[in-house]
Design a binder for this molecule. Structure first.
Ligand code: ATP
Ligand code: MG
Ligand code: FE
Length: 346
């Protein structure tokens, strides 16, 4: 089955073609960074309009580069939520219109299930059950995964998501949006010994996270440097390093704890922040000491993309799931409401 995947939940138009026999055939991504950069964040209305402009040309591009035509597509999967309502509606309307025109099924996919299953696009795939660390711009969650749609939330951030914290710290340091990759780059030249930032919620039991205190601590450090003769390039790099080390340190502790609690030895990381090289390296190091394995998507499939939506959609389409007349986009949509694969949604 060849599935066309459409991702339009936020500020990336991602299109891909996934073949359940042959794997990923082709994919294309258009990032709207240039549209939003002057506002320092995503402007929802501009995001919707840009998806309208880019989606169809990208679909044509993906089909052409796979050497296929519209007649070769067997089903369409699109992101139905969570995300920006206007952006989701663009993808849903386009996907369902094309599916109707081509006489094939459409299926709305959960964006975080897409992220969660993105490591399955790699050659070395994790086996169920595993613990997933979902770290993106809007989510920070530890989830026990016993199969597709069999998710148990073990812990989550009580305030900011990890990616959001990266983006806010980037702003404090005068770096452009989206800030995560810029903070990570700057952190490489920072001195890890200069500042010691707190690892929030690690000294008590549990698997929840909190990043707002760390954010305030970072801001206070910025202010201290400013009042002591200005925030130098050196200060910025050292602060970026201390912040990143604190986030990574926190993740390592919580992931280890989650695996121990669940008696599992496989960790899967996904979402934009899982592209962070320091996080990948430190988790792999810490878990290999425990005989555990870490899986993550290729960096390009950590952040939003069409391939993960095509893949997740393909699994559910194969099991017989399809949209019906009542299917709506869900700007807010807890992943726990997803049915196990093969069991129709209520
Ligand atoms: P969600 O998936 O929760 O709806 P989103 O789709 O906006 O949110 P993603 O596209 O998965 O999030 O990831 C984007 C986030 O990842 C941004 O916050 C960005 O700063 C962060 N990010 C990307 N690369 C890195 C990196 N190398 N280090 C740290 N953070 C990063
Ligand atoms: Mg994005
Ligand atoms: Fe995302």
């Amino acid at each position: 089955m060849r599935v066309l995947g459409l991702e339009t939940s936020c500020d990336e138009t991602g299109i891909a073609l996934y073949d359940t026999e042959r794997g990923l055939l082709s994919h294309a991504l258009f990032s709207q960074i240039d549209v939003h950069v002057e506002y320092g964040g995503v402007v929802p209305e501009l995001a919707s309009r840009d998806h309208v402009r880019k989606a169809l040309p990208l679909i044509q591009q993906v089909l052409e580069s796979a050497g296929l035509t519209t007649a070769d597509v067997d089903a369409i999967a699109y992101t139905a939520g969570p995300g920006l309502v206007g952006a989701l509606m663009v993808g849903a309307t386009l996907a369902r219109t094309l599916a109707w025109t081509w006489g094939i099924p459409a299926l709305g996919v959960h964006h975080m299930e897409g992220h969660l299953l993105a490591p399955m696009l790699e050659e070395e795939r994790p086996n169920f059950p595993f613990v997933a660390l979902l770290v993106s711009g809007g989510h920070t969650q530890l989830v026990r995964v016993d199969g597709i749609g069999r998710y148990k939330l073990l812990g989550e951030s009580l305030d900011d998501a990890a990616g959001e914290a990266f983006d806010k710290v980037a702003k404090m340091l005068g770096l452009p949006y989206p800030g995560g990759p810029h903070v990570a780059k700057l952190a490489e030249s920072g001195d890890p010994a200069r500042f010691d930032f707190p690892r929030p919620m690690t000294n008590r039991p549990g698997l929840d996270f909190s990043f707002s205190g760390l954010k305030t601590y970072t801001l206070n450090t910025v202010h201290t440097c400013e009042s002591e003769g200005g925030l130098s390039a050196r200060d910025k790099a050292d602060i970026a390093r201390a912040f990143e080390d604190a986030v990574v340190g926190t993740m390592v502790i919580k992931c280890r704890r989650a695996l121990e609690q669940e008696g599992l030895s496989t960790l899967v990381m996904a979402g934009g922040v899982s592209a962070n090289r320091n996080l990948r390296a430190e988790l792999a190091k810490a878990l290999s000491k425990k005989g555990a394995m870490v899986f993550y998507p290729a960096p390009q499939f950590c952040t939003d993309n069409g391939a993960m939506i095509a893949y997740a959609g393909a699994q559910r389409l194969l099991a017989g799931e399809r949209d019906n007349e009542d299917t709506r986009v869900r700007p807010r949509w807890p992943m726990s409401e997803l049915p196990p694969i093969g069991v129709a949604a209520a």
